[in-house]
Write a protein that binds this ligand. Structure first.
Ligand code: PLP
Length: 278
């Protein structure tokens, strides 16, 4: 029997119930986090926790648990999971309110869900990918990890129609991010990634890669770049918690570099793997 955590209880997945009046269901009024687990150890949880608190604070939902309490929930779920490597999903919505109305009531009790699913190790997934330029039509608070992902879903579908793994999102030619990842380009061995403003979700993997690169003596600038700069870059890669670092060798019709994963991308992927729980 697979267990999940819902509102203070561990329940069988098939028995878990949420009200149809939950504001998450009715309005996508909530936030989430996804945390990779290597060899049963949640990776960079302190950073995911900080980001979760930031998202909750931004939309005015009280913090349901502190860092230790989340960890206790993860431990119990991970202990009953057969996989060594997994992905923890946390979702917190504003809670249940009846009758349905846009304005939230005062003092609502948030709905808290935690699930654990097996995660395939990124090595097996890390073959180079194509990305497709698509205009970023999402709202202007992409820094909040909102469960309202309709924009991301439509943009991902658009990219997939072109045989691409991810959209290369841009606003009037200025690159933002992917539907579920951040981008880096490499020019003359220097890294560039769009700044962590309200137009992107500042990925935990993005932050970690910036730190790894700087520690290894590479120069990294958090500076906006254009689609044309992606097409002309020596290398490009994407980052996310479940994919780590994935080389991008084609953007739309343009081959990037020599069309193969570049040396900087490979070096960072190796550094990343050396640092994750073994
Ligand atoms: N940007 C968006 C829109 C995302 O949804 C995600 C991950 O889901 C990322 C970036 C990458 O974030 P992280 O590295 O924390 O997984």
């Amino acid at each position: 029997m697979k267990e999940i955590y819902l509102n203070g209880e561990f329940v069988a997945e098939s028995e878990a119930r949420v009200s149809v009046f939950d504001r998450g269901f009715l309005f996508a009024d909530g936030v989430y986090e996804a945390i990779p687990v290597y060899h049963r150890i949640p990776f960079l949880f302190d950073r995911h926790y900080k980001r979760l608190c930031g998202s909750l604070e931004a939309i005015g939902i009280p913090f349901p648990m502190n860092e230790q309490e989340w960890m206790r929930v993860f431990r119990r779920l991970l202990d009953s999971t057969p996989s060594e490597n997994a992905s923890i999903y946390i979702q917190v919505t504003r809670g249940t309110q009846h009758p349905r109305q846009h304005a939230p009531a005062d003092n609502m009790t948030p709905t808290v869900l935690v699930t654990v699913s097996p995660m395939e190790l990124p090595e097996q997934l890390a073959s180079p990918v194509k990305i497709e330029p698509v205009e970023d039509i999402r709202w202007l608070r992409c820094d909040i990890k909102s469960i309202s992902l309709l924009g991301n879903i439509l943009l991902k579908q658009e990219a997939m129609k072109h045989g691409a793994a991810e959209p290369l999102l841009h606003r009037a030619g200025r690159v933002t991010e992917g539907a579920a990842c951040n981008y880096f380009i490499v020019e003359q061995e220097q890294l560039r990634t769009p700044p962590a403003d309200q137009l992107i979700l500042s990925g935990i993997t993005r932050e970690w890669v910036i730190e790894l690169a700087r520690k290894a003596g590479m120069k990294v600038s958090e500076e906006a770049f254009s689609l044309a700069e992606v097409y002309n870059a020596d290398e490009c890669f994407l980052t996310s918690s479940t994919r780590e670092i994935v080389p991008v060798t084609q953007a739309g019709e343009h081959q990037i570099g020599n069309g193969k994963p570049g040396p900087v991308t490979k070096r960072l992927a190796e550094l990343f793997r050396a640092q994750r729980p073994q």
